[in-house]
Design a protein around this ligand. Structure first.
Ligand SMILES: Nc1ncnc2c1ncn2[C@@H]1O[C@H](COP(=O)(O)OP(=O)(O)OP(=O)(O)O)[C@@H](O)[C@H]1O
Length: 508
């Protein structure tokens, strides 16, 4: 059984972390009769929003009606399902007959396509005669009207110190011996995401009655051993049919699989076959989008067919040789959510402004390089230099390095960077660091003219450039070279405009 289900809190007092949010939710429920407003619970995945809603309903003795916003896009469905529940105030004397409407993924109803649905939810929120909770990851993706007509409570990341006791507790209940180190590691890796931590714990404890640090393969939950064989079949030698069969042995969802393929495909494919293969990936991505929108998981099949059989069929015959496939960069995984795109663009803007390069160069050449160089903040000095140079906040450092935003690592990097900025307010050139990035970025991106290769490939490929790249660290004199390297071609500028347009249309 899934431990996240088994240990789902059944009363509000079992919801960990987020005490303020919890209290606010309770207060909202206790006083609902007097204000009759809906409430929006928002925050990152896995922090207990849904759990808190159900736990609170349980505490109040309110039966719940669940509605998934993206499931029921049309006005009709929302009216019928929620309308009855929420509007029928007839049974409600003294809280008797109260029913709590919980609408998940409420940030998914927006945009032109869902106008009917969005309006239906807005009016429901205004007229509701039953308490209603909307759950969302991105508060600001919700319409003004919804935000203005509801109370809202933010659930923040669950801190490591709140995660550790939950993990210990589960171990005890499951009769599993553990070391402090393993629980701390799991909590650290999943900082902010309690669901992720519980899943990791379960995966680590699978088939064991004792776990220690070595048993935990950090951050690689579910990464099946078979993935490399699978990539070989798809990208090197298999027919479409063989590729499809191989995919059945891989323990990855299409959502993850597409990142593996997208990141590794350009290492083997080139020219027309690469373009064809991207066509299939793009189809697969559309199907994944449909799954997200409708929760109809049977569409996964079409996504899988496209990314597996399609990509294999796009190849010109068999390929030989050995390729160093790598896990999908943090990068491409994150590019898929709007929040992540905003963070990414903010960082790119900083880089563009400070290094005098275009957004496109910043994003495609410099950022992948930074991501490789500062991966998990292992090279701390460089990470601090980066944060100082580009004036990055914790969330940005976290985005680039892949370390959790609230980890001590990231927090202390940001603090040191701030100190460094203050110390060096005048000599801001930050020459030492800028050299390293721009030099390396250019090297890594030298083959990135290929319009189709928009993946994070560079991050995997761009080894720090051997002793050369390293030796420029701390070398003040190479600033001029770096600046020269960073000169933009007119093409780049044009492409940047394109980028911005497509970026905008993403938000429409
Ligand atoms: N604050 C918490 N206290 C106790 N358990 C939690 C908490 N947050 C998450 N969990 C565990 O993680 C599981 C998933 O949490 P839940 O679905 O409530 O998260 P969520 O914030 O609603 O995420 P999403 O935005 O993805 O829906 C729960 O079943 C529970 O096991």
């Amino acid at each position: 059984m899934d431990w996240t289900e088994k240990y789902r809190p059944s009363t509000l007092s079992e919801v960990r972390g987020n005490n303020k949010a919890r209290d606010a939710l309770k207060e909202w429920a206790d006083t609902w009769e007097s204000h009759r407003e809906a409430i929006i619970l928002h925050g990152t995945p896995g922090v207990g929003k849904t759990s808190a809603a159900h736990a609170m309903a349980n505490d109040m003795g309110w039966p719940t009606i669940e509605l998934n916003a993206s499931d029921s896009r049309t006005k009709d469905v929302i009216d019928r399902v929620a309308g009855e529940a929420a509007k029928s105030g007839t049974l409600t004397a003294g809280g008797q007959g109260r029913r709590l409407v919980i609408m998940d993924e409420a940030d998914n109803i927006h945009g032109n396509a869902d106008r009917g649905g969005a309006r239906a939810v807005s009016s429901l929120v205004k007229e509701a005669a039953q308490p209603m909770i909307l759950i969302a990851n991105e508060f600001y993706e919700m319409s003004n009207s919804l935000r203005n007509n509801c109370q809202d409570v933010e659930f923040s990341a669950v801190q490591k110190r709140s995660i550790v006791p939950v993990l210990r507790d589960i171990c005890r209940k499951e009769g599993i011996e553990y070391t402090d180190a393993v629980v701390e590691d799991i909590a650290e890796q999943n900082n902010g995401d309690l669901r992720g931590a519980i899943k990791d714990l379960q995966a680590t404890a699978e088939g064991r009655d004792r776990i220690e640090a070595d048993d935990y393969v950090s951050g690689e939950r579910d990464t099946s051993e078979g993935i490399f064989e699978y990539l070989d079949v798809v990208l090197k030698e298999g027919t479409a049919e063989e590729a499809l069969k191989a995919s059945y042995d891989v323990d990855e969802t299409p959502d993850d699989l597409i990142n593996w393929i997208e990141d590794n495909m350009p290492k083997d494919y080139e020219g027309a076959e690469l373009a064809r293969a991207y066509g299939f990936l793009s189809n697969a991505d559309k199907w994944l989008g449909r799954v997200r929108a409708t929760q109809n998981y049977s569409f996964w099949r079409y996504a899988g067919d496209n990314m597996t059989a399609g990509v294999a069929a796009a190849r010109d015959g068999k390929k030989g040789g050995w390729t160093r496939y790598g896990p999908p960069s943090y990068w491409s995984k994150l590019g898929r959510s709007k929040g992540a795109r905003k963070t990414r663009d903010h960082i790119a803007q900083q880089i563009a402004a400070i290094d005098g390069v275009s957004m496109r160069t910043a994003r495609r050449e410099i950022m992948p390089f930074l991501a490789t160089m500062t991966h998990h903040c292992t090279n701390r000095d460089l990470t601090v230099a980066m944060a100082a140079t580009y004036e990055l906040e914790a969330e940005h450092v976290s985005f680039i390095t892949g370390s959790g935003k609230d980890t001590n690592k990231v927090q202390s990097v940001v603090e040191d960077a701030e100190r460094r900025r203050e110390d060096a307010a005048v000599e801001h050139s930050g020459g030492a660091f800028e050299n390293a990035t721009v030099d390396g970025g250019t090297a890594a991106g030298s083959d990135s003219d290929d319009e189709t290769a928009d993946s994070a490939d560079a991050a995997d490929e761009s080894e720090p450039g051997g002793s050369d790249g390293q030796s420029t660290l701390g070398d003040e004199t190479a600033v001029a070279d770096a600046a020269a390297d960073a000169e933009e071609s007119p093409d780049d500028e044009a492409a940047e405009d394109d980028d911005q347009q497509s970026g905008l249309s993403d938000f429409m």
